[in-house]
Design a protein around this ligand. Structure first.
Ligand code: SF4
Length: 473
């Protein structure tokens, strides 16, 4: 039998060490913002392990050994879509084989099953259905909220949870029971058009109209989908007809102004180049500068305020400086900010989820899609560039659970949840039933060397006794 030699205590000299990364390492150490040129070097260096080590340094500074997961259910209410994005294998046209739309009663029943299973979140997205009326969407949200209210004893202990959500917090009126995270920015604009409130000359008014009604019905936050890559060339080639970056960012800005937290994604590995990925990340962090500025975070000393549209006087705000508190629903940081600067309540971006393009079944099937190292490097760079996003998610459904484990060591702090049903993409021939258990998620996190922490949608710690759950104090 062959005996394996022990691993060397120091890396072998044959491992590439790129000295050109040293200035970037110094910036990371100080929590300074990396430039797009820095990002280009991180993408081009052969020294991928230093890139990953730097991302791990940031991730551990922000979260220590904690790695988050949640108990959730995804719901895709319809795959019927007015558009035909080239990278999408999900959409169908009405009458196509496999086209579906869920009735409100089916949605209600799914919510009941989620609550009874102890889920803390429903994550809801769908196609841009050309015929469903606006009321379908408010009815959908309201039906889930009614189920959550009617069954709040089944999986939720309201007395303990509400104690921890302080009056004056942006989410103090969010009761904590099953949270509804629903509708990408693309869907929100579609709903504004259906409701005939979307006007090109004042698009934010229509966006606000929709979000206010969904929030009143029970919407708790927005997912991050539909961003793809913020570049007009890529937009026109791969997903023409979808909203462009400025509109996507408008939806999230208005959501933040209304006190809704949101999330962001980047769909990479198709026809975009590396610089376009970096510009996308830069646009997201600038939008987050605005949100954090409203909350009272200040720009780094000595940095120049850049004053892009709507953000005059706001410079880079990073969360990666040692000792910087992360935003949280209950944070009282904003008390020190002049009221003129902070519409209250206000939300912010919670998470960036890098999504690898999966070619199978799409119009871009001939492309290879990104490989494992490319996925690892892109996620690590997202952690380094998006210095003001609290969380980076390795979405196990699209990365695989094994890859998500590896990513926890290279910048990610979250692997998403139990999911159950997911119809958007299927990796390696998987079907729509893509469920894992909380035990499997916890095992994967422990095996990767981290402490599993169950969270709710707003990253508050959850404690549970079987299915009943409450927010940790
Ligand atoms: S990506 Fe979204 S908008 Fe585009 S075709 Fe698919 S479901 Fe429709």
């Amino acid at each position: 039998m062959t005996t394996l030699a022990p691993l060397p205590a120091t890396p072998p000299a044959t491992l590439i060490r790129d000295a050109a990364l040293e200035p970037i390492a110094a910036k990371v150490e100080a929590g300074e913002r990396l430039s797009i040129a820095d990002g280009e070097l991180l993408f081009s260096t052969p020294d991928i392990w230093t890139v990953c080590a730097l991302a791990d340094q940031v991730r551990r500074r922000l979260h220590g050994d904690a790695a988050y997961y949640n108990i959730n259910r995804h719901l895709n209410y319809s795959n019927i879509c007015a558009l035909s994005c080239k990278f999408c294998e999900f959409y169908r046209k009405r009458g196509d084989e496999g086209a579906y739309e869920r009735s409100i009663e089916e949605v209600r029943a799914e919510a009941r099953r989620a609550i009874e299973a102890g889920a803390t979140e429903m994550h809801i997205v769908g196609g841009l259905h050309p015929y469903l009326p606006f009321e379908y969407y408010t009815d959908l949200v309201r039906a889930i909220r009614e189920e959550a209210d009617a069954h709040c004893g089944a999986g939720f202990q309201p007395a303990r949870a509400t104690e921890t959500v302080q009056a004056g917090s942006p989410h103090h009126n969010e009761p904590g029971r099953l949270h509804i995270k629903a509708f990408t920015a693309v869907e929100i604009v579609h709903l504004a058009k259906i409701a005939k409130v979307y006007k090109q000359h004042d698009r934010t008014a229509g966006i606000r109209w929709v979000l206010e009604r969904l929030k009143a019905a029970g919407l708790g936050s927005l997912p991050g989908g539909g961003a793809e890559v913020f570049d007009d060339r890529v937009h026109d080639e791969a997903f023409k007809g979808k909203i462009r970056s400025d509109v996507w960012l408008d939806v999230h800005r208005v959501a933040h102004e209304l006190g809704l937290n949101t999330n962001a994604t980047i769909l990479y590995g198709h026809i975009e180049d590396k610089r376009e990925r970096l510009v996308h990340m830069d646009m997201l962090r600038r939008a987050q500068d605005v949100a954090l500025g409203r909350m009272g975070y200040e720009s780094m000393e000595g940095t120049e305020a850049r004053g892009h549209e709507g953000t005059e006087g706001i410079g880079p705000i990073t969360l990666t400086r040692p000792g910087t508190p992360l935003p949280h629903p209950d944070l009282t940081l904003r008390a020190s900010v002049p009221s003129s600067l902070r519409p209250s309540p206000c939300g912010y971006f919670q998470t960036i989820t890098p999504l690898p393009f999966i070619p199978d079944g799409s119009d871009l099937e001939a492309l290879p899609g990104p490989g494992g190292l490319e996925n690892l490097r892109t996620l690590a760079i997202a952690r380094l560039m998006l210095d003001n996003f609290p969380h980076v998610k390795a979405f196990w459904i699209m990365q695989t659970l094994g890859m998500a484990q590896l990513m926890l060591q290279n910048g990610a702090d979250d692997i998403d949840g139990t999911v159950v049903w997911y119809d958007i993409t299927k990796v390696e021939g998987s079907g729509t039933h893509q469920e894992t258990t909380a035990a499997d998620l916890r095992h994967a996190i422990v095996e990767a060397g981290f402490e599993p922490v169950e969270r709710d949608t707003l990253y508050r710690r959850v404690e549970r006794d079987g299915k009943p759950w409450w927010l940790a104090e």
